[in-house]
Design a protein around this ligand. Structure first.
Ligand SMILES: [Zn+2]
Length: 464
């Protein structure tokens, strides 16, 4: 028996042992059939949940129209809706979570879902709402609409959408309030600390709309680390789950984070007033229709292939998050695609000055040298500085720094009397080409084949 067969057999035996233990134990039996819920709470033999994607059924938490402080569970099967305190499916009973205390109390849950007409109609009502209450450039309004839609589907995507808003305080605050009317489970936050974030219950998937320009380092790091769905956050004994869309007010655009940015212009007069009553009415209406849009498209969105090959690598996954929910709306998706491309090109421009990219570019130059037995780090630094000078960049890279960057990239040489020497072998050529492609340095992606390794990495990978 091979190791693989033996392993499979052992797994089978383990499964049988587990099954035997579960027999006769109603609670374990339920959990076995719904393994994703193994850490959920059972109350009176029912599973408490904020929502579940079950085979053939999407359960959603909605506000109880008669008791706004309480939640109900809601489904739509393509023909009719069910909204109840308890819903049974596949032999398991589900009930909504109690809102309890902490930040979850600030979440604005949707009302039971309503028909949305067509995607175009839904999008047009979101656009109309934005143009009534904010004076936005059309491409900015489109990004806000796409962000809103992306928040309804990020629980089936790899990364959550992140939006940075720059501009006068009043314009940014108004934009965040408007986003609060059509994002999924939004929370508007003016000031937040780590302890506050830690009160958010797991698997809630709230959209955090943060109107605080200077976040503490710990809070900022935690928020950004929470945007990959498959990775948990553990701080000491605490497990945090902050996965969901995020919009930040910011003073300067951050450089490297994988979010999209919008710049809001100062308006000549005061912004239109949005009263609390109007805000609530619009939010209820838009969110109920967006909830139906989510339920109707939940299974389709994750399978959509988005051609993100035109974007820099760090923007390809976010591009799928932003574009997959709107492929049925060609006009909006074209506008958002163009904006992602513009921001991607800006990021690509920054690569011309990034030490890692320029070091890789210089190393690639030595790999393409016809007489390439070896090169010294001093020569590499000289080439790097020539490249920087040619780009009117004043900073200089020292020999030492060039060597450090090279080692960070995983390229090692040997110390000899005349300096730090890198021997150019076939393996090194291949490694440098891989790095050059990964960092998209200009000579690696200009379509010119300078050697046989250039050819290998000519095709850009497609991200689905
Ligand atoms: Zn080459």
């Amino acid at each position: 028996m091979s190791y693989g067969e033996c392993f499979v057999e052992r797994l089978g035996a383990l499964g049988e042992t587990l099954n035997a233990k579960a027999k006769g134990n109603a609670r374990a039996d339920r959990l076995r059939r719904t393994p994703a819920l193994a850490d959920e709470t059972l109350v009176n033999d029912a599973l408490e949940t904020f929502g579940e994607a079950l085979p053939g059924l999407l359960l959603e938490s909605v506000v109880d129209p008669d008791h706004p402080g309480h939640l109900l569970l809601h489904t739509w099967n393509g023909h009719r809706t069910t909204t109840a305190r308890k819903i049974e499916h596949g032999g398991v009973a589900y009930i909504p979570k109690n809102l309890g205390s902490g930040l979850v109390q600030s979440v604005c849950f949707a009302l039971p879902s309503l028909p949305f007409g067509t995607p175009a109609k839904l999008i047009s009502s979101m656009r109309d709402f934005l143009s009534t209450y904010a004076r936005l450039q059309p491409e900015v309004a489109d990004l806000l609409v796409a962000f809103g839609l992306a928040t309804w589907f990020c629980d089936v995507m790899t990364v959550a959408p992140v939006l940075y808003l720059l501009g006068p305080d009043s314009a940014v605050s108004q934009a965040l309030r408007l986003l609060g009317c059509f994002c999924r489970r939004p929370i508007l936050l003016g000031d937040i600390d780590f302890a506050g974030l830690a009160t958010l219950p797991r698997r809630l998937g709230a959209t955090l709309l943060i109107n605080q320009r200077y976040l503490g380092r710990r809070v900022q790091r935690t928020l950004l680390a929470s945007n990959r769905r498959h990775f948990g956050l553990v701080h000491g004994s605490e497990r945090l789950d902050l996965f969901g869309g995020k919009a930040f007010s910011c003073e300067d655009f951050p450089g490297v984070e994988s979010g999209l940015r919008v710049s809001l212009s100062p308006t000549p007069g005061p912004l239109p007033t949005l009263s609390d009553a109007q805000e609530q009415l619009i939010a209820r209406n838009l969110q109920a229709r967006l909830l139906r849009y989510r339920i109707a498209n939940y299974d389709k969105v994750p399978g959509r292939k988005i051609d993100a090959s035109a974007f820099v690598p760090e923007m390809r996954e976010p591009a799928s998050t932003w574009l997959a929910p709107i492929v049925d709306c060609p006009e909006l998706s074209e506008s958002v695609h163009a904006e992602i491309l513009r921001q991607s090109q800006e990021a690509a421009g920054a690569r011309f000055f990034d030490p890692k990219c320029v070091v890789v570019e210089a190393a690639l130059f030595f790999c393409h040298d016809p007489d390439p037995a070896h090169f010294f780090v001093g020569e590499l630094a000289e080439k790097v500085n020539d490249l920087l000078k040619g780009r009117h960049e004043e900073s200089n890279l020292s020999d030492k720094k060039a060597g450090l960057v090279l080692r960070e990239l995983g390229v090692y040489g040997e110390r000899v009397a005349t300096g730090y020497k890198i021997v150019v072998t076939d393996a090194l050529r291949e490694q440098i080409h891989q790095l050059a492609f990964a960092y998209q340095v200009p000579p690696a992606v200009d379509g010119v084949r300078r050697c046989r390794y250039c050819r290998v990495f000519q095709v850009l990978p497609e991200v689905g």
